[in-house]
Structure formats: structure tokens, C-alpha cells
Write a protein that binds this ligand. Structure first.
Ligand SMILES: Nc1ncnc2c1ncn2[C@@H]1O[C@H](COP(=O)(O)OP(=O)(O)OP(=O)(O)O)[C@@H](O)[C@H]1O
Length: 598
């Protein structure tokens, strides 16, 4: 069945198998004995096609497996080899039946037939009661029986067992060996052992000594009658996605932890971006409360120079001279008040007790508290009431928009009304200049420009500057904290993923031993990575939704735009894919024999 010719195996400079030849029969139980490190597992790995780095030749059923490529070797294992490991190599999280059916993923029979065969086999091995039990709940002997069932389910011509009784007590060992003896009646079973007692079950015992294979029974070496041709069916019907899904389920807790760590990190980062929106909201709040925020006031005589500077600056609009006015009469109901002189005053620096400063185009006015008290004791009641202002020939009906904190009798009117007053002023020298800055962002720089030109302006630059620097510091703080959370999230999830992948070498070695080729193992891992990425994106979407709800319930002025939400979800998915591809790269590219030894 198996012909080994002039086999030489080296690891670096040490020769493990030294130009040895041997012919295994087509059936019977052969024990491989030898000192520790003599090369028993190495030989079994080469017969199984895990390792093809050797010189010499191994021919199975008339085909030299030494010349097969990696995919052909998988097909060879799939169709001809059943492998039983010393430490069982059963997958935790899977039931006994699922572990056995794993190797049926690759055979062409229907799921129903495979299931029936598996149950029959379990019955024969005395494990039918445990079919739906999780593998980790079985005893050592039961696990080894399950591993034997998995090796036999595809009815292989050759069964290779690497110390199948190494972890079992005497009575369990004997039971397992009787089983192997039974199945060796119609196939070749090669068993590695250190135990002379086990050799009592063998038809032949082969010793590996000084790199050579030495048989005690010469007869078997010529018994190649009834040999079978090697089967190399390359078709695989395996559903890598189904397997990926199952694995994903088995490792769900760790995958959830990874997804949460990344989603929270990215959410924190996105929230820091939305702090820009918080700033915009707060600025519009500020503008709402300080309607004269963009007004500037320059007192003193002007020969036209200052007016020219203001008019020629693109950031500035609504520039006009202000004059002292006299004999203004205010009437509200039956109360009347006369101001013999009224000087223009700076608007932007006044603090409001109630309401707002008058807005342009609104026919509004704001009063100082002492003037307001002359019309009503409870000055807050005045807001919204209409007052008649008479100046010169003209009468204006103005709505009281606010009360501001000046300590003398005074008022402000909307700038358009104010400019109406000055139409009748003639021959008077201007008292001051009023101007407006178009954009909030330019208030500080315009004030700075005037200061540089030694022009003393009363404006809200101090307040606006303080607001802007608070927001800048807040933005920085948000950004640093969110980068930290993101880095911690990425670190935790990378460590978790790498640890998870490192724990899976044996699992992938096992799949390879079962005949899964590299391509289908890669597809399975890619499916898992995609599922993880989708789950993280969903978590992120849910977290963004929660953040949104919380901000609404607690009226936190947090605004996340739709594009930021989509970006957050998309980047979570992409980041997870990148991390998991990096984490699984080594795993995917590890040779099966190396994976099994890890
Ligand atoms: N991938 C490898 N790289 C380097 N050396 C290796 C590798 N695999 C095995 N060896 C070495 O080859 C020798 C034979 O190893 P092997 O596992 O085949 O021995 P064994 O007879 O099965 O031993 P044991 O009975 O202790 O399991 C050992 O010295 C081992 O350290």
C-alpha cells in the first residue's frame, strides 16, 4: 500500500530519517516504536502529506505523493487518510456530531447520509448517547473515541494514529486498541506508541533507530496483494461561509468584545468631530442672545480717515456717523418721558437684564432700567410692549425688545431707525461712528486691525475671543481624549484578535489534516473576518443611535450629520477588516504540519 524509498529527512543540520526504505501492507495494524525524537511523528506527517520537504519517495497505491502539489495533497488526505491525534484535536464549542461531520463537509454524500453514517459509527463506538454533547464535556476515553469516529467517517484506506492512547489509562487504552485492531481488518492502521503493551495488538512492529525503519516481521513487507489505487478526487463542495459562520458563533464572546472595543473607539472619535457642531450651535446661541454682537463703536472726531478705513474693509458693513440728538419724547399709555439730550453709546458691550438689543429692520428699542422704571415698576413686563418715540417732526412706534444694564436714562433703537434720526442733523460734528462686522469669525481680527491703527473701538471682540478660545481648547481636549479612546479601542481589539487567532493554529492544522485545502481555509477565515466587520459596523450604528437619543433626551447640543454617521459605520467596518486581515495573515500562511505542532 505504502512504499517508502530512500527517504531522507533533515531539520537544519540534523538528519532525522537517513536513507530508509520500507513497504507497508494494504491492511493490518502496524505499530511504530522508537525513542523520543527518533522521527516517528515526522514520518507520519510525511505519509499524511503534511510535510513534503524531504528527499526520496513515498508512493501510496501506486502514486508518488512526493510529487503532489499542496492542493493535491489535501485531496489525497481527504480521500485516503484518517488521522487520529494524541491530544484528540477536537473543536471545543462544537458537539460530538458536529466534530465528526466536519470532515464530511468535504465528501460528496448528502448531509442526511453523512449524519446517518456518523450516528451509526457513534453507536458502534458506544458514544451514541453523547452525539449532541459539547466535546469539552466528554472524558478522555470518550474524546478519543469521537476522534476515531471522525477519522473513520469518510471510510479512509489508511488510518494514521499519533499516540492515540497517550493520554488514556490502561483499560481505556486497551478498548481503543481493540477498536483500531477491528478496523485494521480491512485497512492499514499505523499507530505511533511508546508502550510495549500496545504492540501486543500489532500485526507488525516497526522500530525507528538511527534514522532507519526496521521491521520485526519480514512477511508484511511483501504483502501488497489486493492493493488499492490511490483516489485523488479534487472536487470539494465545502461551504466556507457556513463553516466561518459556525466558527464565528463558537468564538462569539470574543468577537463581541472586539467589535465593542472598536465601535466605542470610533464612536468617540466621531463624537469629537461633532464637537465642531456643538461649537456652531453655541455660537448661534450667543448670537441670538447678543444681537449687537457684531456692532462696533468708535467715539471722537473724525476727519474722514476712520470712515474711509472702515468703508474700504470688505469685512465691514453698515458704517455711519452718529450724532447727539435732542428733545426726544417717549410715550407709553398715559406715561410720557422727555430726554433733552441723547448721545450715541456703544451697543455691543452692554449686558442685557432682559430680552435682546434691537435688531435692524425690526422697529425695536431697548431701554436702560432707570428709564424703563419711569413707565412700569416691574420692568420685565415691558418686553414686547409698544412705545411711541417722537423726534423732530416724526413719530415712530417701536416694540421694546430688551432692558440693558446702564446706570442712566438711555435707550437704543434699531440701526435703520437711528440712521433716520440723523437725516435731520445738519451742521453738527459727528459724535462717533457705528459699524457692523459681517462675519462672527472676523470680529476679533477687525478689532485687532483697528487697535493696530490706534483707533479705539468698543466692540464684543473680548467676549467673542474668549468664546473662541474656550471652544478651541475644548476641541483640542475632545480630540486628544477621543484619539486616546480610539487608540485604546484599537489596541484592545488588536490584542484580542491576535490572541484569538494564535489559539487557532491547531484548529487550522486539524482542518488541513481533514483535507481542507489552503483556499477553503482562507475563505473560511475571510468569511469570519467579514462577519466580524459587519457585526462591528452594526454595533457602531446602534451606539451612534444611542448617543443621538441620549443627546436628545438630555438636550445636549450634539449634532451628528448623516454623512458623519455613515462615515463612522463605514470606517468601523474597514478598520475591523484591516485589523483582522493583519491578525489572521500569519495564521492563513502557516503550513499545516507547523500549525499542528504549535
Ligand atoms: N519543524 C521542525 N523544525 C525543527 N526540528 C523539528 C521540527 N519538527 C521536528 N523536529 C525535530 O525532529 C526530531 C524528530 O521529531 P519527531 O516529533 O518526529 O519525534 P518523535 O519520534 O515523534 O518524538 P516523540 O516520541 O517525543 O513525539 C526531533 O528532534 C524534533 O525536535
Amino acid at each position: 500500500m505504502i512504499e517508502i524509498n530512500n527517504l531522507i529527512k533533515r531539520y537544519d543540520n540534523s538528519v532525522i530519517l537517513d536513507d530508509t526504505s520500507f513497504t507497508f501492507p494494504s491492511k493490518g495494524l502496524i505499530c511504530l516504536l522508537g525513542a523520543s525524537g527518533s522521527g516517528k511523528s515526522t514520518l507520519l506527517n510525511m505519509i499524511a502529506g503534511f510535510d513534503s520537504q524531504y528527499s526520496g519517495d513515498i508512493t501510496v497505491g501506486g502514486t508518488s505523493i512526493s510529487k503532489l502539489n499542496a492542493d493535491e495533497l489535501c485531496a489525497y488526505r481527504r480521500n485516503n487518510i484518517g488521522f487520529i491525534f494524541q491530544n484528540y484535536h477536537l473543536l471545543s464549542g462544537y458537539t460530538v456530531l458536529e466534530n465528526i461531520l466536519l470532515s464530511c463537509e468535504l465528501n460528496p454524500s448528502s448531509e442526511e447520509v453523512n449524519r446517518r453514517n456518523a450516528l451509526e459509527l457513534l453507536n458502534k463506538l458506544g458514544l451514541s448517547q453523547k452525539a449532541d454533547e459539547k466535546i469539552e464535556n466528554l472524558s478522555g476515553g470518550q474524546k478519543q473515541r469521537a476522534a476515531i469516529a471522525r477519522a473513520l467517517i469518510s471510510n479512509p484506506r489508511i488510518v494514521l494514529a499519533d499516540e492515540p492512547t497517550g493520554a488514556l489509562d490502561r483499560s481505556n487504552s486497551n478498548e481503543i486498541m481493540e477498536l483500531l485492531k477491528e478496523i485494521s481488518k480491512d485497512r492499514l492502521v499505523i499507530v505511533i506508541t511508546h508502550d510495549q503493551n500496545i504492540c501486543n495488538f500489532a500485526d507488525d512492529v516497526i522500530h525507528i533507530e538511527n534514522g532507519k525503519m526496521i521491521s520485526k516481521d519480514i512477511d508484511t513487507q511483501t504483502d501488497i496483494t489486493g492493493d488499492h489505487k490511490l483516489s485523488l478526487n479534487m472536487d470539494i463542495k465545502v461551504s466556507a461561509f457556513k463553516l466561518g459562520l459556525k466558527n464565528f458563533n463558537v468564538h462569539l464572546t470574543r468577537y463581541i468584545a472586539v467589535s465593542l472595543a472598536i465601535s466605542i473607539g470610533i464612536l468617540a472619535f466621531m463624537l469629537s468631530l461633532s464637537s465642531g457642531n456643538i461649537m456652531e450651535n453655541s455660537i448661534s446661541d450667543f448670537k441670538e442672545k447678543n444681537t449687537a454682537f457684531n456692532n462696533g463703536y468708535i467715539q471722537g472726531q473724525d476727519d474722514g480717515t476712520v470712515l474711509k478705513i472702515l468703508n474700504s474693509d470688505e469685512r465691514i458693513e453698515n458704517v455711519y456717523y452718529q450724532y447727539k440728538i435732542t428733545d426726544v419724547t417717549l410715550r407709553l399709555g398715559d406715561k410720557k418721558e422727555m430726554l433733552t439730550e441723547k448721545y450715541p453709546m456703544p451697543k455691543a458691550t452692554e449686558n442685557m437684564s432682559y430680552g435682546t438689543m434691537p435688531k435692524a429692520g425690526q422697529n425695536e428699542m431697548a431701554l436702560s432700567p432707570s428709564l424703563a422704571k419711569k413707565f412700569e415698576n416691574d420692568i420685565s413686563n415691558l418686553l414686547g410692549k409698544e412705545l411711541t418715540l417722537q423726534y423732530g417732526e416724526k413719530e415712530y412706534t417701536l416694540t421694546i425688545s430688551g432692558i440693558y444694564n446702564a446706570g442712566y436714562d438711555d435707550f437704543f433703537v434699531s440701526s435703520d431707525i437711528e440712521q433716520e434720526f440723523y437725516k435731520n442733523v445738519d451742521g453738527q460734528k459727528p459724535h462717533s461712528i457705528s459699524y457692523d462686522v459681517k462675519d462672527f469669525e472676523d470680529i476679533v481680527s477687525v478689532s485687532q486691525m483697528l487697535t493696530n491703527k490706534k483707533i479705539d473701538s468698543k466692540d464684543s471682540a473680548k467676549e467673542v475671543g474668549a468664546l473662541q478660545s474656550t471652544f478651541n481648547s475644548l476641541n483640542h481636549l475632545f480630540f486628544i481624549v477621543s484619539i486616546l479612546i480610539l487608540a485604546i479601542g484599537l489596541f484592545i481589539s488588536t490584542v484580542l484578535l491576535i490572541k484569538l487567532q494564535n489559539s487557532r493554529y491547531k484548529e487550522l492544522g486539524l482542518l488541513s489534516a481533514l483535507g481542507f485545502n489552503k483556499g477553503s481555509i482562507q475563505k473560511m477565515i475571510v468569511s469570519e473576518n467579514l462577519l466580524l466587520s459587519a457585526m462591528s459596523a452594526i454595533f457602531n450604528a446602534v451606539l451612534v443611535g444611542c448617543a443621538y437619543l441620549i443627546s436628545m433626551v438630555f438636550s445636549i447640543s450634539m449634532v451628528i450629520t448623516l454623512s458623519q454617521i455613515l462615515l463612522s459605520i463605514l470606517s468601523t467596518g474597514v478598520v475591523v477588516i484591516v485589523i483582522s486581515v493583519i491578525a489572521s495573515h500569519k495564521l492563513i500562511h502557516t503550513e499545516p504540519a507547523v500549525a499542528l505542532r504549535k
